[in-house]
Design a protein around this ligand. Structure first.
Ligand code: AGP
Length: 615
């Protein structure tokens, strides 16, 4: 949520900042702004709405700039204060000499604000961030030392922050500090960067130093200094970023979402790589650091996650219970953290997150760690905060996901759960060897089956066109595909703003059926040979009897349903247990094409941000 980039060096500062913000735009797009140190002054440019508005604004005012050599930039996802120009970052102190950008929430900002107003500070915005600018300027007035001013100020901040600061009188120095919000320094030759996430700097350097909580970075073009909040120098490891800049290109696709949907076959190959060498051999999952004897006795797992990752967790529960006979609870992180759980040292807690930065999940994981549970993290970002908290880490290797709606990371999470469930089953010896072998065989074939779906999407596009004018949808399924129904409905809601809800098919008659008429399409997910196929068919009949338009998502061999359903979407034949890895693809595409027909902003849907770093 929100994105930060800072730069000092020999390149065109404005271009570096705007490029960095472009690559971070998935994190928020309510407003954007940059501050430059130019001509012995701090110059601030801001715009409301998307980054393009800021780019146009700067283009118009380019003539005002002489030769800026450092700057900080921000894109905002509003928390405190509405999305408005005055609330847009960067924020300055009263005289405009000190400027800050900030991600996170300062919980004690009201007290600090009152104190600073009494001291004569003039506040212009409703944000918590402006408090930081005034507080740091107040500290700077006492010490005339920017680093010290930042150190003294952050000690007074409660809540979460990744903050970058510049001062007019301290040329080409950027100071960054973090607590509970990500921040890293990018190291270059004759230039250095600071950012909230790697895409901001990947085009310029692959060398990064990740800040931990309560650390402060001071960068100039030739130097990087990291200290703790008492000023003690820290010697931190420089890491090489695994990403290639090409990951941030659409490669000819109209949207990142479509590109990422099409990447799924390769993503699955990547996840499986090195894990299944031979279908007769065991799954190799060295990432799970728990002793085999402990795993054998394990009888309780808790999985915590949000949004799409929560849906992957639901599939995870189903297959771990089915394959390994271990009882699994799945809970939204935001619920887990506010109740007395029974988590203890004998519990395996699995945190699932694409970004590894979701605040609710991080808090839940920290609570689980306090209770001495072993924490296994499944994430697409092995460089994230959550990954750093892990006792065991399964990186899902989906590559950078730019579109706000998660697609390929979901599939990668599903495959990771299949591997984990099979690994547990092998240790506990709960599955028949032939069954396991067939499962592995089918798992390896998934990429080809997804390629088959992707090679001809005309049916899905036609269905999307037919149904794009409906205002409400119901998705129904049972068993392992219930999560697919929830996820399909979430995708539609997120990018087309159509009201779509997933229900267990059997629950339809316990209430939701009252809503059914010809204005409410019902999409049923049913896999021939599946344990609840006939029941879902009956539930669909019940919907038909109430005049609902029916869409089926089924597999190729299902020949008997065309009479009942108004539209049939098909996937290649597959066993029900593995089918969520295929059913998600047409559902992603259906949501994509409906949003596309409606002219929605597919990659950056309103009100959303890619990583939700506030609770
Ligand atoms: C997915 O399409 C959403 N953007 C959202 O629900 C997301 O899955 C959720 O915020 C969790 O994010 P995470 O996986 O990065 O923790």
């Amino acid at each position: 949520m929100c994105g930060i980039v800072g730069y000092t060096g020999y390149r065109d500062v404005v271009s570096v900042l705007l490029k960095g913000l472009t690559n971070l735009e998935y994190r928020g797009y309510d407003s954007a702004g940059i501050a430059l140190r130019d001509d012995n002054r701090i110059k601030v440019y801001k715009s409301l709405g998307k980054l393009i508005n800021l780019k146009n604004e700067i283009e118009e005012k380019k003539h005002e700039l002489k030769h800026p050599t450092s700057g900080i930039g921000h894109i905002r996802w509003a928390t405190h204060g509405a999305p408005s120009l005055v609330n847009a970052h960067p924020h300055t102190c009263t005289c405009g000499n000190l400027v800050v950008v900030h991600n996170g929430i300062i919980e004690n900002y009201k007290e600090l604000r009152e104190e600073l107003i009494k001291k004569g500070c003039k506040f212009r915005s409703e944000t918590d961030t402006e408090t930081i600018a005034h507080l740091m300027a107040d500290e700077y007035s006492k010490t005339k030392d920017l680093e010290k001013a930042v150190r003294n100020s952050v000690k007074r901040l409660q809540g979460a922050y990744a903050v970058c600061v510049m001062h007019k009188d301290v040329p080409d120095v950027i100071v960054g500090a973090r607590k509970h919000a990500p921040m890293l320094v990018g190291a270059g030759e004759g230039e250095n960067f600071i950012a909230s996430d790697t895409p901001a700097i990947i085009e310029y350097t692959k060398k990064a130093i990740y800040l931990d909580d309560n650390e402060i970075a001071v960068i100039t073009k030739d130097n990087i200094k990291i200290t703790d909040t008492d000023g003690n120098i820290l010697h931190k490891k420089t890491e090489i970023l695994p990403w290639e800049p090409v990951a941030l290109s659409k490669l000819g696709f109209k949207h990142f979402m479509l590109k990422e949907i099409h990447e799924q076959p390769d993503v699955i190959r990547n996840v499986l790589n090195g894990k299944i060498y031979d279908i007769d051999g065991p799954v190799i999952l060295n990432e799970v650091k728990l002793d085999k004897e402990i795993l054998k006795k394990l009888n309780k797992i808790e999985i915590i996650a949000c949004g799409t990752s929560l849906h992957a967790a639901m599939v995870g529960k189903y297959i771990i219970e089915d394959f390994a006979g271990i009882s699994v609870e799945v809970e939204a992180s935001s619920e887990y953290i506010y109740r007395k759980t029974t988590t203890d040292s004998s519990t395996l807690v699995i945190g699932v997150s694409q970004s590894g930065e979701t605040a609710d999940t991080i808090t839940a994981i920290k609570q689980a760690k306090e209770k001495n549970a072993h924490v296994l993290i499944i994430t697409n970002r092995p460089d994230s905060n959550m990954a750093r908290l892990a006792d065991s880490l399964i990186p899902v290797n989906a590559g950078i996901e730019v579109s706000v709606a998660a697609t390929k990371s979901y599939t990668a999470q599903l495959i990771s759960f299949y591997l984990l469930a099979m690994h547990l089953a092998e240790i506990k010896e709960t599955l028949d060897k032939t069954y396991l072998k067939n499962l592995k065989h089918e798992l390896i074939q998934l990429p080809t089956k997804i390629e088959e779906i992707l090679s001809n999407t005309s049916g899905i596009q036609e269905c999307a066109r037919k149904f794009s004018s409906y205002k409400n949808f119901i998705y129904i399924a049972r068993g392992i595909n219930l999560a697919s129904a929830y996820e399909g409905a979430l995708k539609l809601k997120e990018i087309s703003y159509i009201n779509a809800t997933g229900y267990p098919a059997g629950e339809l008659k316990h209430g939701p059926i009252a809503m059914l008429d010809e204005t409410m399409p019902v999409l049923s997910i049913l896999i021939p040979g599946g344990i609840s196929y006939d029941k879902i068919l009956s539930n669909s009949e019940e919907a038909k009897a109430r005049n609902a338009k029916l869409i089926a998502l089924t597999s190729s061999c299902d020949k008997n349903i065309d009479m009942l359903f108004d539209y049939v979407l098909r996937i290649p034949d597959i066993s029900e247990i593995l089918s969520p890895a295929l059913t998600c693809v047409p559902l992603q595409l259906l949501a994509y094409y409906i949003a596309e027909f409606l002219g929605k902003d597919v990659d950056q849907p309103r009100n959303l941000a890619k990583s939700v770093t506030v609770e």
